[in-house]
Design a protein around this ligand. Sequence first.
Ligand code: IMP
Ligand code: MG
Length: 191
Amino acid sequence: MGMPVTPVPYDFIGDVLITPEQIEARVQELGEQITREYQNSDRLLLLGLLRGSVMFMTDLMRHVKRPMTMDFMSVASYSGTESTGFVRIEADHKTSIAGWDVILVDDIVDTGYTLSFVRKLLLDRNPRSLKICALLDKVDRRKVDLPIAYCGFRIPDYFVMGYGLDIDENGRNLPYICSVDLEKYGQRKKR
Ligand code: IMP
Ligand code: MG
C-alpha cells in the first residue's frame, strides 16, 4: 500500500513528465548496466556535478554493485538562462582521478556546453576512462557533440524541475520530474 503523498506547495508545477516509479525503475537499470560494464574495474569513481545530480547520484550508487568511490564538483555557467560554454569551477573534486575509471554524473544535458567543458578538463587529468551519465537529455537543444554513455530519459524542450533539478534553486525536493509552468512562475516572481 502506497503512502499518501503530501503535495509540495509550489504554485508553478506544470505537468508531471516522469513519475517516481519510472525514475526508480530506470535508475536501477542504469546501475545494473554500470555494474556489468565496470565488472573488471577496481577503481570506479562516480563524479557528480553539484547540485543537480545529488538525488540521482545517491539513488544510482545504490544500484552499482561494485567497489566505488564518489566525489563532486561544482561548476557554473557564466551567462543567465542559456549556458555559453564559459564555465567557472566553483569547487573542484577532492580526490585525484588519474588512473581511475570516471563516470561524470549530471542531471540534464541541454546545449551540452557545460559537460563538454568539464569533460575536456577532466580528460587533461588523465583518468583511465571517462564516460558521461545524465539523467535527462534534451536532445533537440544540443549545440555541441557530446558522447553520453548512460542516459536516463530523453525529454522534449521543456524547462523541468524536480528530482534534483531546479528553477532558481526551487523544486529540487520534488520526487518526480515535472515541467515548470513558466507563466505562473513569472507572475510569482513579480509579486
Ligand atoms: P548545458 O550546458 O546547456 O547543457 O546546460 C546544462 C545545465 O543547465 C544543467 O546542468 C542544468 O543545471 C541546467 N538546465 C538545463 N535545462 C534545465 C531544465 O530544464 N531544468 C533545470 N535545469 C536545467
Ligand atoms: Mg546543473
